[in-house]
Design a protein around this ligand. Structure first.
Ligand code: PHE
Length: 456
């Protein structure tokens, strides 16, 4: 394949794991996972989530990496290449497009939310949370959501930070960034965990996360768990496919994917183990605080701690770094497409896309304040709609298409060649799950979720 010469390959072993983990670990793990666990009954949700990761997330992730590595190009061209090789219908090429479109929409709102974390780093570092109570914490958060110019400023800053890395290219920009960011993130998380074990009600936190009642299992929880499994593993958006396309041939796909899945889950559970013990040790603070858990609840906690200024700033810095490496992976596939297909320079491609994402992101910014009561579809604001469209529609459908395509339509020979480093029985297991289990589960949960949303 001629394109393989132009397309970059990670410079060092293990970079794929770092980069994919950087993409996977983000706001989804530290902001979203704890609050949806809190809202959906703790352990019951964790169990459904783990099942979704194992039976759907990991098999689909392997399929996505495989498509990228086989096609050795950006997601749109990689899928096109594999489809040509297998002589399948060109319609499958939509998988690449759906991913890149979903990725772009997510980039637009992800940058806005990540902007909140930047604001919170600065507030925490200035000692702005000292002695804060529940009322003031909510008021501070709501004031931020109501302040369009502040939101836009942070959104802009965050998008520029993202473009800065992508501009420098795959090995100089991306590879260097994840090699520094990921270990740093892990160290910060471990420090916070130690603090939480020391100062929080650790047992109550663990009990909340890992024990469950059957009655807490719900349809809505299941659909959320599935959507979250895709979101947290960055699946169906071209991000993992793009990173997979830079993966050297002598790396085992299954082993790598399992490592990334374990690291991502570990970080989500660790984030839960940092947050819940602190929440339980603080009177008047509830675990079911919803999306505000991180931004309204934790400042109260940090504000009441002896070293809260430092712990709070470190905590929000951790989330910013995690969100940064995820945002980078949302920008990379589109920039790679523009440079490989239209010969754009990386710099101009990055600037063009962050500008467009910035524009679309303004609909999210306005949904938080002036358009709060707007009913775009089914009572959703543009922000809710973007989230719904990507997380509950495009991602499951993209993942379904990938599982069906790789499982049923891709020729066995190239498939085997990509998976040659994996033992036959592992390959067999993966192939069976991908063909029979994942698609059925995705479809069922996807339809149940739609039913729950529109008819429930
Ligand atoms: N996985 C990231 C998170 O959990 C979000 C993300 C989705 C990043 C898709 C890249 C692509 O926050």
């Amino acid at each position: 394949m001629k394109r393989a010469q132009q397309h970059a390959i990670w410079g060092r072993r293990g970079t794929f794991i770092l980069a994919a983990t950087g993409s996977a670990v983000g706001l989804g793990n530290i902001w979203k996972f704890p609050y949806i666990v809190g809202e959906n009954g703790g352990g019951a949700f964790v169990l459904m989530y783990l099942l979704c990761i194992c039976l759907i997330g990991l098999p689909v992730m392997a399929a996505e990496v495989l498509l990228g590595r086989r096609g050795r190009a950006n997601p749109i061209m990689a899928v096109g290449e594999v489809v040509r090789e297998s002589r399948s219908s060109k319609a499958w090429g939509l998988i690449g497009w759906a991913g890149v479109v979903a990725g772009f929409i997510i980039l637009s709102y992800y940058s806005v939310i990540a902007g909140w974390t930047l604001e919170y780093v600065t507030t925490a570092a200035r000692g702005g949370f000292a002695g804060i109570d529940g009322h003031t914490a909510s008021a501070t958060f709501n004031a931020l959501l109501g302040d369009v110019s502040k939101l836009v400023r942070w959104q802009t800053a965050f998008l520029c930070m993202t473009a800065l890395i992508i501009m420098f290219g795959v090995t100089r920009g991306l590879e260097t960034a994840v090699r520094i960011l990921m270990p740093l993130l892990f160290v910060l998380l471990v420090l916070l965990l130690l603090y939480s074990a020391y100062a929080g009600d650790f047992l109550a936190g663990l009990r909340f996360l890992f024990s469950f009642r059957i009655s807490d299992l719900s349809l809505e929880g299941l659909s959320l768990a599935l959507g979250h499994a895709f979101f947290t593993l960055s699946l169906g958006m071209g991000a993992i496919m793009a990173y997979g396309s830079y993966m050297p041939h002598n790396t085992s796909i299954l082993k790598t994917v399992i490592t990334v899945g374990c690291l991502d889950t570990l970080v989500a559970l660790m984030a839960g183990m940092v947050i819940f013990p602190i929440v339980f040790a603080t009177p008047g603070v509830e675990p079911g605080g919803g999306p505000g858990l991180l931004f309204e609840t934790l400042p109260i906690v940090f504000g009441g701690m002896p070293v809260g200024t430092i712990v709070g700033a470190v905590f929000f810095l951790l989330i910013t770094l995690a969100a940064w490496s995820s945002n980078i992976s949302l920008l990379e596939p589109i920039v790679a497409y523009l440079t490989e297909n239209f010969r754009f320079h990386r710099l101009s491609a990055s600037l063009l896309i962050i500008f467009l994402a910035w524009l679309l992101g303004l609909t999210t910014v306005y949904s938080l304040n002036h358009w709060q009561g707007m009913n775009m579809v089914a009572g959703m604001t543009p922000f809710d709609f973007s989230q719904f469209l990507t997380e509950q529609v495009l991602l499951p459908l993209g993942a379904l298409a990938m599982a069906v395509y790789v499982g049923w339509f891709m020729k066995k020979a190239p498939l085997r060649r990509e998976m040659k480093l994996d033992a036959t029985h592992w390959f067999g297991r993966w192939y069976t799950i991908l063909r029979y289990v994942s698609p059925v589960l995705i479809l069922v949960v996807f339809l149940l979720g739609l039913f729950d949303k529109f008819a429930g």
